[in-house]
Design a protein around this ligand. Structure first.
Ligand code: SF4
Length: 438
């Protein structure tokens, strides 16, 4: 097991903070104490190793580094031998450490609007200021230097513009997939349209890396990604148990390896460990929240700088946020190791964020049933319209079907868009309403 003292300050450190909180309950019920997840120390260790290896590769002229969007063509990059860095993961780290507010204005000053993705603005601000918890936590002198930048617009347009900035800065090639968007029923023509683009990346990647495409290696990285993704799904599905052994706030932390280490045996091993622990909790009837009374669903981006406060607030009210669209976004059922290009195109095109309003609503309805959800919190993230689903009447339509919903205004990183007091009042009123409905 890892030595916890070696855990650097970064996104993973938050776990310790969340888990050691002990709360008294307003209703006079006994204090609820969050149970630490034992696998956390292993996760901290492998995440630390990931950043150190990335740094080593960046400083070694014979190694290759690619920057990739969170749902970009990671498996293909891995097959060419690139170490893969994910700027969105860095954006989440800036949000969690609450330094984003100092960094966003730096990007605004060079013309990146405060209205666009606050991962983008905080990340670019961090780069310009050379100020990041990643650099200090992992003893890195510089951001990992890319040999190539690879995006997929399956999530939004912002990622392309974000990577275009770094392509100009580092003078390295920008390659990517422009996915068919807002897909209603997924058809073969959608998959084929993306598949051709994935295949077209091979030639530039051969030139950039100096390595020939190795189909076997590609199949292997897709196979490992698929294994990781299935295990991650099983981890999340343990929350269907009543009481749930984990919360959305735990999952936001423990998704790290699924984001940055998918395609590796390390991630597969980690989720086997985590899954075993959660199953053991179920066997022993250990709940994430003592006396779980309500089970909620989180729709939209996390509010990274407020994870701890929100976690405490819900714990205080014996409410478990059992599931979320966000954490489910790293489940890629479509991977097919024997048809790697087709499967990758399918997996990355059919993701929730890239679907029509109708398909999204259908999906959320299924989640409500699967997880026995009492109500849904929609987070309307100001700078992420692509992952905010409260704007076209969905909460009202679900309410009409008897599912209580609440819309919270906020943002993933820009806390100027979030009012702690107003949100607390709204959440408490919502839980009261659930109590009255029981
Ligand atoms: S989906 Fe939202 S949070 Fe993610 S990169 Fe796009 S705008 Fe930013």
């Amino acid at each position: 097991m890892a030595d916890e003292n070696k855990v650097p300050q970064g996104i993973t450190k938050l776990e310790t903070t969340i888990e050691t909180v002990t709360k008294s309950n307003n209703s006079g019920k006994p204090k609820s104490k969050r149970k630490p997840i034992l696998a956390t120390s292993t996760m901290n260790e492998i995440m630390g190793d990931y950043f150190h290896e990335l740094d080593d590769a960046s400083n070694d002229p014979n190694s290759l580094v690619a920057w990739c969007t969170s749902v970009g063509p990671a498996e293909l990059l891995l097959s060419f031998g690139f170490k893969v860095y994910y700027p969105e993961n860095h954006g989440a780290m800036l949000g969690t450490k609450r330094v984003a507010m100092d960094l966003i204005p730096v990007a605004n000053a060079i013309g990146y609007s405060p209205d666009i993705c606050s991962y983008l603005t905080s990340d670019i601000g961090s780069f310009i200021k050379h100020d990041s918890p990643m650099l200090t936590a992992f003893n890195m002198k510089e951001f990992p230097k890319p040999d190539v930048l690879a995006y997929n617009t399956n999530q939004c347009r912002d990622v392309q513009e974000w990577f275009a900035y770094y392509s100009r800065k580092f003078k390295v090639p920008l390659i990517g997939i422009n996915s068919p968007g807002k897909v209603d029923d997924l058809k073969d023509e959608h998959i084929k349209a993306a598949q051709g683009q994935f295949e077209a990346l091979v030639e530039p990647l051969e030139k950039i890396s100096g390595n020939r495409f190795d189909e076997q290696r590609f199949k292997e990285s897709v196979k490992l990604s698929k294994e990781c993704t299935i295990l991650w799904r099983q981890v999340l599905e343990t929350a269907a148990n009543k009481p749930s052994p984990l919360t959305f706030f735990d999952s936001c932390i423990h998704m790290g390896p699924a984001v940055v280490l998918r395609g590796s045996q390390t991630a597969v091993n980690y989720y086997k460990l985590l899954l075993a622990e959660l199953k053991d909790r179920i066997d022993k009837n250990i709940a994430a929240i003592d006396d779980e009374e309500f089970r909620l669903y989180w729709e939209g981006m996390p509010i990274w700088g407020k994870l701890r406060n929100l976690s405490e607030l819900f714990m205080e009210h014996r409410t478990c946020m059992v599931a979320s669209t966000y954490c489910n976004s790293w489940i890629f059922e479509g991977f097919e190791p024997e048809r790697p290009f087709y499967g990758m195109a399918k997996a990355y095109t059919e993701i929730f964020i890239n679907r029509s309003e109708r398909i999204k609503e259908q999906y959320i309805n299924e989640m409500v049933k699967r997880y026995n959800i009492d109500g849904i919190i929609f987070h309307d993230a100001k700078t992420c319209p692509s992952n905010s689903n409260a704007r076209y009447g969905m909460p009202e339509r679900l309410k009409d079907k008897g599912i209580p919903t609440l819309v919270l205004d906020g943002d993933l990183n820009d806390l100027r868009c979030y009012s702690e007091e107003q949100s607390k009042t709204k959440i408490e009123a919502f839980i009261e309403q659930l109590e009255e409905g029981k």
